[in-house]
Ligand binder design. Structure first.
Ligand SMILES: [Mn+2]
Length: 461
């Protein structure tokens, strides 16, 4: 390949060597300065020296596989473009300008055959990412000062630990060179979502179920992906908090890194690891990527450049088969007959498909059937219920371009139990005691009609 470059300075030439990724022998430079000519020859490049306004210069330089024009002095751009116009032939032309395009003294539209690149602006995202990593270094140093000397450190997660908290726990352990013995993860509640249980199995995590009394065993407490006011329990103290939920002010901690704009706390931990030059193994990479995937619904929720970058960085470091396994928890064989029954009884009303499974032995069959039902022609919503552990659990899915599932669930059921969700999926948990039941104390036809009517009512408003 032959790359022709019109260039005025050594730093531009150096930048090109690195960014074009070509050998010196493939480059031929057109320069005006003798000093630059000598420098480039020493690098092993061919050089033609002449005046930029002289058309003979371009007859010698062209044709080439690419002509790059990179000038320190922006006012000379017109001179070069006008002089090169005649002899460019079929050579693609790339103009690297350091400033913004509006700052050019020429109008790019006058030269439709050239591709103008505002190199400074292109460089900006890279730099802003490095600025974040430079800041992360300081955060890690402070975090180490505050907790690293602890004998036994507790990583405290939210009551039903989710992938973001779990992955961050694993990342923090790696960052501080700790083990599950000297820095266990704990929570006042159990992991319940089938996907999250599967994640714990796949990446080998086993968060402890703790009580308030257990807290005394630890000389440092770090909270990840949650803050003290989110818990019902009173904490004796918290040393460090790393989170992305809205910042709470009613507590003290020596270290706080709370970034509400971030889509996941895992993104913050990825910055820490990258700033410290850690190599992330498959296990940690998978956990962190899965955390960002679920917390941002595959970057479908408001996220920052930092989340997108962490996502990309983790992508090659994670095991996609493991992620698939986590996202599709295996369906037990006996669920098939339950599914068959659920599908047989399913009804569609006002573009909502309803199905009620009755008593189920595993909660996860409910969301799985809800996912499946959404594929039925003409359906915009699916609402599938099942009775588990004294509660009626309803999984709701929609096609995404309708009202938010979380809002509809709240409007329909907030007086009867807990519920909520995101744009296209949600869940309601209704204690049976709050529902009109049949004579046998179990949900009856009337119960289900009651639930359906509340749902349709909420949809209509
Ligand atoms: Mn989170």
């Amino acid at each position: 390949m032959r790359y022709a470059v019109v260039c005025q300075s050594r730093s531009h030439a150096d930048l090109l060597f690195q960014s074009l990724g070509v050998h010196a022998e493939e480059l031929v430079f057109a320069v005006e300065s003798q000093v630059l000519e000598r420098y480039l020859r020493r690098q092993g490049c061919a050089v033609i020296r002449g005046r930029f306004r002289d058309r003979g210069l371009y007859r010698e330089l062209l044709p080439a596989d690419l002509l790059v024009i990179t000038l320190k002095d922006r006012r000379r751009l017109r001179t070069v473009l006008e002089a090169a116009r005649r002899d460019r032939g079929e050579t693609p032309v790339l103009v690297l300008s350091l400033g913004r395009l509006e700052q050019l003294t020429i109008s790019p539209t006058d030269y439709p055959w050239a591709h103008f690149v505002p190199a400074g602006a292109r460089f900006a995202p890279v730099l802003s990412s490095d600025v974040r990593l430079a800041r992360a270094k300081i955060q890690v140093r402070r975090l180490r000062e505050i907790i690293a000397d602890g004998k036994k450190i507790l990583i405290l997660l939210q009551d039903d630990p989710d992938p973001d908290g779990l992955a961050c726990g694993l990342a923090l352990r790696t960052l501080l060179g700790r083990t599950r013995k000297t820095m266990p993860m704990g929570s006042f509640g159990k992991v319940t979502r089938p996907e999250n249980i599967e994640m714990c199995r796949v990446v080998d995590l086993d968060p402890l179920l703790i009580t308030e009394q257990d807290l005394a065993d630890y000389d440092r407490i770090v909270m990840l992906d949650t803050q003290p006011p989110h818990l019902r329990q009173q904490l004796p103290r918290v040393d460090a908090v790393i989170d992305h939920h809205p910042a709470q002010t009613s507590y003290e901690a020596r270290f706080k890194d709370v970034r509400n704009a971030y889509g996941a706390t895992a993104t913050i931990l990825v910055e820490y690891l990258r700033a410290e030059g850690f190599k992330v193994n498959e296990r940690l990479g998978t956990a962190l990527l899965y955390a960002i995937r679920t917390d941002t619904l595959l970057l479908d929720r408001p996220v920052t450049q930092a989340d997108v970058e962490a996502f990309t960085w983790l992508f090659t470091r994670a095991n996609s088969n493991w992620i698939r396994r986590i996202e599709r928890p295996a369906l037990p064989q006996r669920a098939l007959s339950l599914f068959a029954e659920g599908l047989r009884k399913a009804r569609i009303e006002e573009k909502v498909i309803f199905s009620h499974l009755g008593a189920v032995s595993r909660e996860d069959v409910i969301p799985q059937l809800a996912d499946f039902c959404l594929q039925v022609e003409g359906v915009e919503w699916s609402a599938v219920s099942g009775v588990f552990d004294g509660e009626l659990i309803m999984s709701v899915r929609n096609v995404g371009f309708v009202q938010a599932a979380g809002t509809v669930i709240k409007a329909a059921y907030s007086e009867l139990g807990a519920g909520g969700g995101h744009r296209s999926m949600g869940k309601a948990i209704l204690p049976l005691a709050n529902l009109p039941l049949g004579r046998d104390g179990q949900p009856s036809k009337k119960t289900y009609r009651f639930i359906e009517e509340r749902f349709l009512g909420a949809l209509r408003t």
